[in-house]
Design a protein around this ligand. Structure first.
Ligand SMILES: [Zn+2]
Length: 311
């Protein structure tokens, strides 16, 4: 069984007019799951994460800083680049986004679901231990990984990140911990500029595969099959998390890779095959980027269809 976690609170994170990371993204994804093909997708309400969950991956100073800067009305920027915009609804949205991953992990670790997808926002993979960055307040996937280790005694947790941007935040939180593994494909030179192939982590637990602008299906699939998936298999995690950003799609306005929805389906299937070999198929995926609404909806649908096929 595949479970979908979401919550209407995630639509109340208002980033203002013209911001690419907008509520319509989530509406587009959820609309795709109305299709008959998703009749068997189990729907669950994302709970609110506790502050203790945020503190698994972040400093008190960062968590308090976000809380204190939330406006009673209107919008506020909370990062130096002023691209992390918050509104009064952002706190609960962030709690749902992290809470979804935590609850999905609890369900999958209990054997009550094979895998899960968290359709939430704000995204998380740019948020570092000490600060918000790149549309991200808190690092949902890192919070989930640390929760799995603490509450479910999973010794090794892996994150696969195929968002077109490097998950600098996840790398920051994982790089000195030998029980955490992070592997990313991303567009070379794109925001935030980190993720060189030479960045291996303190314990060789980081795998970065930057790909040139214009890389399409063949190049990305070769990178996955040739580098990322063998490294993932070798790490032998007890749980695999996916930072599922769909902005490497050819229609995406924020980047210049040329993947299709089918590629995301293929990649998901391949990750699930490794999961079946090493960790009983346990996979929890969470939405990161993806800014063309049609491409995002089609890609998320292909991703979840692959999760359902593997469950
Ligand atoms: Zn992205």
């Amino acid at each position: 069984m595949t479970v979908l976690f979401t919550h209407p609170d995630c639509l109340a994170h208002d980033t203002g007019p013209g911001h690419p990371e907008r509520p319509d993204r989530l509406r587009a994804v959820l609309a795709a799951f109305e299709d008959e093909a998703f009749r068997d997708l189990q729907r669950e309400t994302a709970p609110l994460a506790e502050e203790s969950h945020f503190l698994l991956a972040h400093t008190v100073r960062h968590v308090d800083g976000v809380h204190q800067r939330l406006p009673a009305s209107g919008l506020a920027a909370i990062d130096p680049d002023t691209i992390v915009i918050v509104s009064s609804g952002s706190w609960d949205a962030a709690r749902r986004a992290a809470g979804a991953v935590v609850a999905a992990i609890d369900l999958v670790m209990a054997g009550r679901a094979a895998n899960a997808f968290c359709a939430t926002r704000p995204p998380g993979h740019h948020a570092e231990r000490t600060g918000a960055m790149g549309f991200c307040l808190f690092n949902n996937v890192a919070i989930g990984a640390l929760h799995a280790r603490q509450m479910h005694e999973v010794e090794r947790v892996a994150v696969v990140d195929f968002d077109v941007h490097h998950g600098n935040g996840t790398q920051d939180i994982f790089e000195s911990d030998p029980g955490l593994f992070f592997a990313s494909t991303h567009q070379l030179g794109a925001y935030p500029g980190t993720g060189a192939a030479a960045e291996h982590g303190v314990h060789g637990n980081i795998v970065n595969i930057p790909l040139p602008a214009g890389t399409g299906s063949a190049g990305w699939r070769a990178a996955m099959s040739g580098s990322l998936l063998p490294a993932l298999r070798a790490f032998a995690p007890g749980l695999i998390l996916i930072s599922a950003g769909f902005d490497a799609h050819e229609a995406d306005p924020l980047a210049s890779m040329r993947l299709t929805a089918e590629d995301f389906g293929w990649g998901t299937e391949a990750i699930c095959e490794v999961a079946a070999e090493v960790c009983g198929g346990r996979v929890v995926s969470t939405l990161e980027g993806g800014y063309d609404l049609d491409a995002l909806a089609a890609s998320a649908a292909a991703h979840v269809r692959a999760l359902m096929n593997a469950s």
